[in-house]
Design a protein around this ligand. Structure first.
Ligand code: FPP
Length: 238
């Protein structure tokens, strides 16, 4: 079965999952954190190279302050509690987004996790936090403009390969499979540059219900997709 090298997920619907059960939205986020563990296990089992999870978008600051602080605390405790296990599983962790906008505690923890896992060779696990696809494109533009100003590169040299080099996760393959849960059919400012030829997969389940079986089904659906990258199938010429 053809497998994706890189899976990118928008883990949507935690709040609705909780509300349906008459629970506070925060209970949905806690349940969502549990789903992540199961999904990581499946990725390791299938030897998937890279998993990128959208944990917090730049636009998510507009949520009530109490929910934002709960989420930030949940990221800290989840990372603290699971770091050893992640390292034991040979996982390499990376955080993408405007990390300077996060608390000092989070920044310290994130750089510790990146440093301790930097030589791991198993699953690349990327967490997008205070992230936006437009932010990534803009920060790449800024770096390129500075490199041109300093005479390190010539403006005419800027092509897609060079531009890509300045975007987040440029050393990893672009996502092959994008999954969004909870019945929403949007990209919501996630990996705009990198998703240009990614296969899109949407499910009705809210993130806390997205199980190992759900991911297995997504992998089967992906294997059936025909990827042409703008070209035509060979037998269409016949
Ligand atoms: C979307 O559901 C989810 C989020 C904004 C946060 C994602 C966070 C987790 C899955 C928890 C733990 C994550 C890590 C990395 C430890 P929503 O709140 O938008 O739900 P709704 O659309 O039903 O309101």
């Amino acid at each position: 079965m053809r497998k994706p090298k890189h899976i990118a997920i928008i883990m949507d619907g935690n709040g609705r999952w909780a509300q349906k059960r008459m629970l506070p939205r925060t209970a949905g986020h806690k349940a969502g954190a549990k789903s992540i563990k199961e999904i990581i296990k499946v990725c390791i089992h299938h030897e998937i190279n890279t998993l990128t999870l959208f944990a917090f978008g730049r636009e998510n600051w507009q949520r009530p302050e109490a929910e934002v602080s709960f989420l930030m605390q949940l990221y800290v405790t989840t990372l603290e509690d699971n770091l050893d296990a992640l390292l034991e599983q040979n996982i390499r962790l990376r955080f993408i987004g405007d990390l300077q906008g996060l608390s000092f505690e989070m920044q310290t923890l994130m750089s510790k996790a990146e440093r301790l896992s930097s030589t791991n060779t198993g699953l690349n696990l990327n967490i997008a936090i205070n992230y936006s696809g437009r932010w990534d494109i803009t920060q790449a533009c800024k770096k390129i403009a500075n490199a041109v100003k300093q005479g390190c590169i010539d403006g005419d040299e800027v092509d897609e390969t060079l531009f890509n080099h300045y975007t987040a996760l440029s050393d990893l393959p672009a996502p092959d499979l994008f999954i969004r849960t909870s019945g929403e059919h949007r990209i919501s400012n996630f990996m705009l540059w990198q998703l240009s030829y990614t296969e899109m997969y949407f499910v009705e389940e809210c993130w806390p219900d997205f199980s190992a079986t759900s991911l297995e089904q997504a992998l089967v659906a992906y294997a059936k997709r025909e990827r042409r990258f703008g070209a035509v199938r060979e037998h269409d010429y016949a």
